[in-house]
Design a protein around this ligand. Structure first.
Ligand code: TYD
Length: 215
């Protein structure tokens, strides 16, 4: 049996990374084999590309260079980490994937969702997520959360203006509509335990539907 590829998406401060870890623990308690990972990064080559992309000193990075580097990191991570786990029948929970590129590079940086989709097609070769959870929080709320969390180091994208993050948010709403067969919104504004609960319910429902139709 092939595993399930589930991605977590959203703007800054949506809490998706902590929710992902909590959901993984719950799924393991339910007897599922789970792999957690993140983009950009997750494996050595992609982590190195991540350091180049997110380096605060790289203020001259061109938007297309940035998009290509994300796509390159994505390719390597997919081949080395995601595909083997899916072949082993595992549930892969990935913090960000192609939708981040479509929202950040395609829409917020203005390269065009379609153009960025095309260069990503070269990288992923039709391996799209089975399910994508979008953690829905207004950008000003998300940024407030980040600023309260002093331990979190701010990267080059965290330093963008509120209008950039507003565009990212608008982009995700467009993607929710376009990819409504695999993408669902999770209200990220309530307390942590409730967001974990909502996410877990959506994932278990998805897996059960998948299992009952693939028998
Ligand atoms: P990270 O510290 O992992 O942020 P977060 O906790 O919000 O996921 O930094 C990843 C940054 O890279 C984040 O600002 C979103 C951005 N990004 C893109 O712009 N395009 C992409 O394709 C990906 C995967 C991430």
């Amino acid at each position: 049996m092939l595993g399930q590829f589930i991605t977590f998406e959203g703007g800054e401060g949506a809490g998706k990374s902590s929710v992902l870890q909590a959901v993984a623990r719950q799924l393991e308690k339910n007897g599922y084999q789970v792999v957690t990972t993140r983009e950009p990064g997750g494996i050595e080559i992609a982590e190195k590309i991540r350091n180049i992309i997110l380096d605060r000193a790289h203020t001259t990075m061109d938007a297309r260079t940035e998009a290509l580097l994300y796509a390159a990191a994505r390719r390597q991570h997919l081949i080395e980490r995601v595909v083997p786990a899916l072949k082993d029948g595992k549930i892969v929970l990935c913090d960000r994937f192609i939708d981040s590129s479509l929202a950040y590079q395609g829409y917020a940086r203005g390269l065009g969702i379609e153009e960025v989709y095309q260069i990503n097609q070269f990288a992923i070769n039709d391996t799209m997520p089975d399910l994508t959870l979008f953690f829905d929080i207004l950008p000003e709320e998300g940024l407030k959360r980040i600023n309260m969390n002093h331990q979190r180091e701010k990267n080059r994208l965290d330093l963008e203006k509120l209008s950039f993050h507003q565009n990212v948010y608008d982009a995700y709403k467009i993607l929710l509509d376009r990819f409504n067969d695999r993408m669902v919104a999770v209200d990220a504004s309530p307390k942590f335990e409730d967001v974990v609960e909502q996410s877990l319910t959506l994932i278990l429902r998805h897996i059960n539907v998948y299992n009952s139709t693939s028998k």
